[in-house]
Design a protein around this ligand. Structure first.
Ligand SMILES: Nc1ncnc2c1ncn2[C@@H]1O[C@H](COP(=O)(O)OP(=O)(O)O)[C@@H](O)[C@H]1O
Ligand SMILES: [Mg+2]
Length: 378
């Protein structure tokens, strides 16, 4: 690594994927996310929710927010929130440095937390909780958080809550059970991937932050990074780190499209936008094959399994036992009657389908119920 940094005259690894606040890039998107969080904490009202796919910068944005908090603000940060309400209260208390014995009830934990928050309020402190990867929160824990967020003195709320999560979180918040929580959401902000110009700016910003703003990157290289990352920040970092490595092993100080291609290959990335021609061909073949399959399946459903005597080359005849027997167009008692057979009529059996025979009498074909006919083998 040291050799690599020296080669590019860098002081630091520019594309680390750790959410390192020193490398925070204020894109318009992250700026807005930050403002949303600031707004909720300043007004002291309700929940702030930040939604984004993995790698869009949720965690680094909250770290940025936390890094410049004034003295009078305290917070708890919960990262693995697949927690029951009890476990959640305990985790929050522990993050505030309060350890509680095992086997303490949920109500007791809740009142401990309330006690702590009231004390902070007296000290003139603001308190908030961040829950990262909040899509993993069970519904009942989310509901308990809402109750917690309702705690107030006669003047103001005791705590604010910030939820960070993947799009699944937003779907969860739309559940009818969480209607009341949804009403308490003051801001909901969706982080998006960077566009291409923002991406170029971001890459240059990170290189400059790491100590070198003179590394040249070809336009084709940028385009390829964009094509494969779709503007996702974590993916941009992964690709750029390997692209630099590729230039380094080739003893070059500029980054080419080939460097990016080899980075993308070594990461096993594929373009996830739209269809490639081979996908279209595969889809077409699948459709072409499924049409006959559906046709036969449909026929099977409609007609049931038929035994075809003619195909089997068996000659079967039958003698009608009933005084009168309806011959029908289809093997169903509701089907149209095509002829009425009499006792003693001799018919040729063509097909069998459950309790029905398809028969031929003179030149008429139709279906009759098996039970009214006696089979005679020839
Ligand atoms: N605004 C940003 N400025 C600088 N780097 C960022 C930014 N957003 C994301 N990154 C980079 O992408 C990585 C993934 O971001 P992270 O906050 O962990 O995403 P998420 O929490 O949404 O999965 C970060 O570690 C960081 O390296
Ligand atoms: Mg994260």
């Amino acid at each position: 690594m040291a050799e690599f940094l020296e080669f590019f005259a860098l002081n630091d690894d520019p594309f680390r994927i750790t959410p390192d606040v020193d490398f925070f890039y204020m894109s318009p998107v992250h700026q807005e996310a930050l403002s949303s969080i600031e707004y909720v904490i300043e007004t002291g009202e309700g929940f702030a929710v930040i939604i984004g796919e993995p790698g869009t910068g949720k965690t680094i944005t909250i770290r940025k927010f936390i890094s410049k908090l004034p003295e009078n603000v305290e917070y708890a940060y919960i990262l693995f929130p697949n927690l029951s309400p009890e476990e959640m209260f305990r985790a929050i208390l522990e993050d505030f440095g309060i350890n509680i014995d095992d086997n303490v009830s949920k109500n007791r934990l809740f009142s401990k937390l309330k006690e702590f928050l009231l004390k902070k309020k007296e000290e003139g402190k603001k308190v908030f909780i961040v829950i990262d990867e909040a899509q993993n929160l069970p519904v009942e824990t989310l509901e308990e958080l809402r109750i917690l967020s309702n705690l107030e003195t006669d003047k103001e709320k005791l705590i604010q809550i910030i939820l960070l999560g993947q799009p699944e979180l937003e779907r969860k918040l739309n559940l009818p059970e969480l209607r009341q929580l949804k009403q308490r959401i003051t801001v909901l902000y969706r982080l998006r991937n960077l566009n291409k110009d923002e991406m170029i700016d971001y890459i240059n910003y990170r290189l400059a932050k790491a100590g070198n703003s003179t590394i040249r990157i070809d336009m084709g290289a940028y385009s390829t990074v964009y094509k494969y990352s779709n503007g996702n920040l974590r993916t941009i970092n992964l690709i750029m780190e390997r692209a630099l490595m590729s230039a380094f092993v080739n003893n070059r100080h500029n980054i080419t499209k080939e460097d990016v291609k080899s980075a993308v290959n070594s990461l096993g990335l594929e373009i996830n936008q739209g269809f490639k021609p081979k996908h279209v061909v595969a889809l077409f073949l699948l459709l072409a094959l499924s049409v006959p399959a559906f046709y036969y399946f449909y026929k099977f459903l409609k007609n049931g399994r038929e035994t075809n005597y003619q195909i089997h080359k068996k000659e079967l005849i039958g003698i009608i036992k009933a005084n009168k027997l309806n011959m029908r167009k289809h093997p169903s008692k509701d089907a149209e009657i095509v002829y009425v057979l009499k006792k003693g009529d001799v018919v040729k059996v063509l097909k069998e389908n459950k309790e029905w025979f398809k028969v031929k009498y003179k030149n008429i074909t139709g279906w009759i119920n098996k039970n009214y006919m006696e089979l005679v083998k020839r």
